[in-house]
Design a protein around this ligand. Structure first.
Ligand code: TLP
Length: 346
């Protein structure tokens, strides 16, 4: 018998929908390294169009997309500006140092959002001792801050700073459609304030594999070579792109449901003594809880919750993350709140 867990560890656990499985089965494919996979080509055209950019590149993962983007924007020895808890710094295995050979200038954001004046102050002037500031990286939504969205006025001001200093912006938009949903804006409106954007098909949009980078034609042509270098030339990748097309056509307009479920979950959990949630950060599909009041580590909490059929991510800290997605329904949220309540009582 298989046990059904309510899996709130991440939206990366989403399985493809039936329509995606059918599209994968029926996909027309070719060798994408020769540029001959019609389904990949179609996905890349769609992605560029949706984001309002000249071109797009299908990559294996969000991590690969971010790393290729940093490599394409910079030269070894350059400095790039990032928020201190962003994914590129926290979860990409130090890739920017190893692969791009760049140095990171970290800025502390408020709920993951950097103040444009802090960014401007971090840009290096001309001095024989200094590296050149060659890139500003933004994360929208910000994962570790709880899925927070960069407000449009801050995004515009950041872009103005970047243009003034002739520095490009790369946006880690792994969950950019969640940001667009929260802001009630077409995703293009956000994308226009970044020179390159990476976004994921395999998170809330449910595709099994893959992300896209979008940007100018020249940027994407150069990025394509780095993708090959990193082993990301995937040949008959149309089988994966086929699911990605469904993700873009069908899955972006339903994210509000995930946000409502996250809010419901956060409201329920925040009433439990020992659990603290900054409700201002609950904007999209991520809920970050501070469980230090429970005298358990996050991994102990996660293990106890697992026994009750609920999966969450925990580590050595006292921070537990819950992520809602397509396969989580309202009933699952209610069950998760009940499970946490009974765990805390015990
Ligand atoms: N995030 C994953 C883990 O790597 C932490 C998750 O479960 O949330 N940017 C952002 C903002 C992300 O949250 C992620 C994945 C990535 C990039 C990388 O995407 P993948 O997993 O496709 O390499």
């Amino acid at each position: 018998m298989t046990v059904k867990y309510i899996d709130l560890r991440s939206d990366t656990v989403t399985l493809p929908t039936k329509e995606m499985r059918e599209a994968i089965y029926n996909a027309q494919v070719g060798d994408d390294v020769y540029g001959e996979d019609p389904t990949v080509n179609r996905l890349e055209e769609m992605a560029a169009e949706i984001m309002g950019k000249e071109a797009a590149l299908f990559v294996t993962s969000g991590t690969q997309g971010n790393q290729i983007s940093v490599m394409t924007h910079t030269q070894p020895g350059d400095e790039i500006i990032l928020e201190e808890k962003c994914h590129i710094i926290t979860y990409e295995v130090g890739g920017i140092g190893r692969l791009a050979g760049v140095q990171a200038k970290l800025i502390r954001g408020k709920n993951g959002i950097m103040d444009p004046s802090d960014i401007e102050a971090a840009i290096r002037g001309e001095d024989i001792h200094f590296p050149k500031t060659k890139l500003i990286c933004l994360e929208n939504t910000h994962n570790r801050a709880g899925g927070t969205v960069i407000p449009m006025d801050i995004l515009k001001r950041t872009y103005e700073v970047a243009k003034k200093h002739k520095i490009p912006i790369h946006m880690d938009g792994a969950r950019i459609f969640n940001a667009a949903t929260y802001l009630n804006q077409p995703v293009k409106e956000i994308a226009k304030y970044a020179d390159s954007i990476m976004f994921c098909l395999s998170k809330g949009l449910c595709a099994p594999v893959g992300s896209l980078i979008v940007g100018s034609k020249d940027f994407i042509a150069r990025a394509r070579k780095f993708r090959k270098m990193l082993g990301g030339g995937m040949r008959q990748a149309g089988f994966l792109a086929a699911a990605g097309i469904i993700a873009l056509e069908k899955m972006t307009s339903r994210l509000r449901e995930d946000h409502e479920n996250a809010r419901l979950l956060a409201e329920g959990l925040s009433e439990i003594p020992g659990i603290a949630i900054d409700m201002d950060t609950v904007q999209t599909n991520i809920v970050i809880c501070d469980i230090s009041g429970l005298k358990l580590t996050a991994s102990e909490f996660a293990a106890k919750l697992y026994e009750k059929g609920i999966r969450v991510n925990g580590g050595n800290s006292s921070v537990v993350r819950f992520v809602t997605h397509y396969w989580i329904k309202r009933d699952d949220i209610e069950a998760a709140i009940e499970a946490v309540k009974s765990l805390c009582k015990a």
